[in-house]
Design a protein around this ligand. Structure first.
Ligand SMILES: C[S@@+](CC[C@H](N)C(=O)[O-])C[C@H]1O[C@@H](n2cnc3c(N)ncnc32)[C@H](O)[C@@H]1O
Length: 215
């Protein structure tokens, strides 16, 4: 993950952002102690952004692709109504115990379902077809395929967020012929931009967040 803004500006933003609850702080700490790539977790600023999105939208149904250790999931949960539900999908089965430990200590564990497996197989099996909010934050080469599976499952007016769409600013540089991730993100951004089914905005926040409304 790469930050578009200078480190001192990001630090200033963090200082002037409310702290997440203790559970999220513990999750963040344990993620750094026990995982190989802790920077994949949303963290304080993006987590609070997701909480505010959930507070503003009050979604009943949220679909997340790429749980990792659950920081973004619990950030959404912190802003959702008590009647809301999150389906979150993670392909790495080794993370299951870690994730469930934190979900079980969250205020409404029954409101979160963790699906372990490849999102491309799991999304078509999900019963819901009227998600209010979705978050794509998994394998970059699979963004476009996930998007195609998710869009029909969104309600009209529903919002899809896709993270890392500036991909360390590589999207505006010459792409190496073997750089599959950057090629995939560039293709995804282009696909969304010309898709008549949606309205979109590329927000230059953190590593770039595409906001997509289903029309
Ligand atoms: C960037 S991390 C997610 C971070 C998390 N959303 C957060 O903000 O804290 C990406 C995660 O997606 C998972 N992943 C990658 N491809 C996937 C797929 N096809 N289906 C489900 N999960 C996938 C990876 O194992 C990894 O844990």
């Amino acid at each position: 993950m790469f930050d578009l803004i200078a480190e001192n500006i990001e630090d200033y933003c963090k200082v002037h952002t409310s702290d997440p609850d203790v559970l999220l702080y513990q999750l963040w700490r344990e993620t750094h102690l026990k995982t190989m790539n802790p920077r994949m977790a949303s963290g304080k600023l993006q987590g609070m952004f997701l909480t505010f999105i959930a507070k503003m939208m009050q979604p009943q149904k949220v679909l997340e692709i790429g749980t990792f250790t659950g920081y973004s999931t619990l950030s959404f949960a912190a802003g959702m109504p008590a009647s809301g539900h999150i389906d979150t999908i993670e392909s790495n089965a080794e993370l299951e115990d870690f994730i469930l430990k934190y979900f079980q200590h969250s205020p409404c564990p029954e409101n979160i379902t963790l699906h372990i497996g490849n999102a491309l197989n799991i999304i078509p099996q999900l019963a819901a077809s009227d998600y209010d909010l979705a978050f794509i934050d998994a394998d970059k080469e699979e963004y476009a395929a996930c998007y195609e599976l998710i869009l029909p499952k969104m309600r009209k007016g529903g919002i899809i967020l896709a993270d890392n769409v500036l991909w360390n600013t590589k999207v505006v540089e010459e792409v190496a012929h073997n750089d599959k991730d950057t090629k995939a993100i560039v293709a995804f951004n282009k696909k969304v931009q010309i898709d008549p089914r949606v309205r979109n905005m590329l927000l230059p926040f953190r590593d770039g967040m595409m906001l997509i409304e289903k029309l």
